[in-house]
Design a protein around this ligand. Structure first.
Ligand SMILES: [Zn+2]
Length: 189
């Protein structure tokens, strides 16, 4: 932990005359939604500078289904990005070696993470997730996108042509990103 503290302490010197916050920071045009996995670093992957990416990260990149009247952090974050920040592009990024994708095949809740297991079970039963022969990671990502498109702010903006959704899949072993095409195939960027 100490190296992290030391690095944070030296932030003012490192950034010099270029602080990352304040009124001068650009409004983000893109939202990046991804798994909390520490090996996936959106700003490193995209080269985005401070202010350019609005991020939402959840374990397993799991997006809860939209339900009227049910409050979730994910729904609030997406709504803010689309309606207030007016982001024009939404990147939903899955990755290989995802512990959450692997865990969803378990038949029993692990004692140490019952909430996570139940959370994934909800996704496991989501439609389209059981396409034979498809990559489980790709299927998991498509299921999250399906749910995300049903959030009212996203539905409206996609229909109005104000928002584009990009489905990316990051290979941790090769550092390559593939993007989902309209026909469902994943092709390297
Ligand atoms: Zn993951």
């Amino acid at each position: 932990m100490q190296p992290l503290i030391d690095h944070a302490r030296l932030a003012p010197q490192r950034q010099g005359g270029h602080p990352s916050g304040g009124a001068q920071a650009p409004a983000p045009q893109a939202m990046f939604i991804a798994c909390s996995d520490a090996r996936l670093v959106p700003t490193q992957l995209t080269g985005a500078r401070p202010g350019e990416l609005f991020e939402l990260r959840t374990a397993g990149n799991v997006i809860p289904p939209h339900r009227i009247g049910r409050l979730t952090a994910e729904a609030a974050t997406v709504e803010y990005a689309v309606n207030v920040l007016r982001i024009t592009d939404m990147i939903l990024c899955g990755h290989t070696q995802c512990g959450a994708v692997q865990a969803r095949t378990r038949s029993q809740a692990p004692r140490t993470a019952p909430t996570m297991w139940l959370w994934l079970l909800q996704t496991h039963h989501w439609r389209r997730l059981h396409t034979p022969d498809a990559d489980p990671g790709h299927q998991h990502l498509l299921a999250q996108a399906d749910k995300l498109r049903r959030y009212p702010a996203v539905t409206r903006s996609l229909r109005a042509g104000r928002l584009r959704m990009h489905l990316w899949y990051y290979d941790l072993a090769t550092a390559t990103v593939s993007a989902c095409q309209e026909d469902g195939a994943f092709v390297p960027l």
